[in-house]
Design a binder for this molecule. Sequence first.
Ligand code: GTP
Length: 360
Amino acid sequence: MLTDLDALIPLGRRGLIQTTNIISTLLIATLAAIKIMILGFESLPIPAFFVVTVGLVNWIYIRRHGSIDVAAWILMMSALFGLAFSSFYTGGFNAPVVLLAPIIPIMTVILINKRAAWISLGLVCLILAGVFVLGLYGYVPKNQTNPDLMLFGRYIVLTSLCLISTWVISSFASISRTLMAQLETQSNIDFLTGILNRRAIEARLLLEVGRARRSDTWLSFIMADVDFFKLYNDTNGHLAGDNCLKDIAKLIDGCCERATDVVGRFGGEEFVLILPDTNNEGARRIAENLRKTLLAQNIPYGPQNTNPVTLTLGIVSAKGSTIDSVEKLIKDADAALYRGKDQGRNCVVGPEDVEYQVAI
Ligand SMILES: Nc1nc2c(ncn2[C@@H]2O[C@H](COP(=O)(O)OP(=O)(O)OP(=O)(O)O)[C@@H](O)[C@H]2O)c(=O)[nH]1
């Protein structure tokens, strides 16, 4: 199951909207303050005052647990208003503020959703078209601001644009990296038991076969199947069956001795162990230990049938140079396992012998 995207944003959606609200309010307030400091109170940046006031009200609204969707829409509408009026009063397309236009739909898609982003993109295009047409017919007031101040304003806006786009892109890159890592883990883990699934086991086996071949070392592979599991399910129900499989997975995991040993669920009530650098003797010891440990747990099949749940295990061990293929290894372990089933279950069977049978 994929993680909710909101949960991947460290601040959470409310925190993200509040942060964006604060940053944009501060940015506009700074630009307005610079303008007043240089030009005095003769040319007051009225649209900036409006945007800053809305930003402050929105800040209080978010803090008082107002709806985050409403807060995000207010933020977007105030940004659009700021873009329209500031660009109109500060020289049309020459105004530094028009450079912030692309950031509005980008922030809208992050803060609200795709539909809202299309709406804000449409409104941005309309505003830009309006400013363009008004400028063309000479209705846009000439900007009397000192050219150096205009350059400085352009510098501030461009720097903010670079910062905002870097933040947006790096946040999304980190969210997609997290999602990819989660997907990778989820596609390798068995949902019920939390150990490796068949896909991961086959990939790991391929890796270990390659390693054993290169160094001509021993590799053992064990297949373990729960005996009469259908009976357990039929008697206790599927949920109890699931819990039993989880317990057995834990037990198998606990019986592995080395960090390099790998445990997985091959499917249904079948588990596997990959034991690198382990010969037949070592694999038998582990398999026997596993069989005996489960037996000792004395899990009954049901109230009427107090026989303990058992495992039958098939082993294949080979030196790297003698391993034909992964498929052959699996086939041999499977054949050993089914010989064990034929011979009465609750036993450990290698490819060539049957002497490890043990009665309940
Ligand atoms: N609860 C539960 N049962 C499962 C799961 N996967 C497979 N099973 C059950 O495991 C049982 C396997 O039955 P069979 O293949 O007949 O084998 P068995 O009864 O264990 O008999 P032997 O293997 O011959 O000893 C079936 O009843 C499946 O429904 C699972 O994830 N959860």
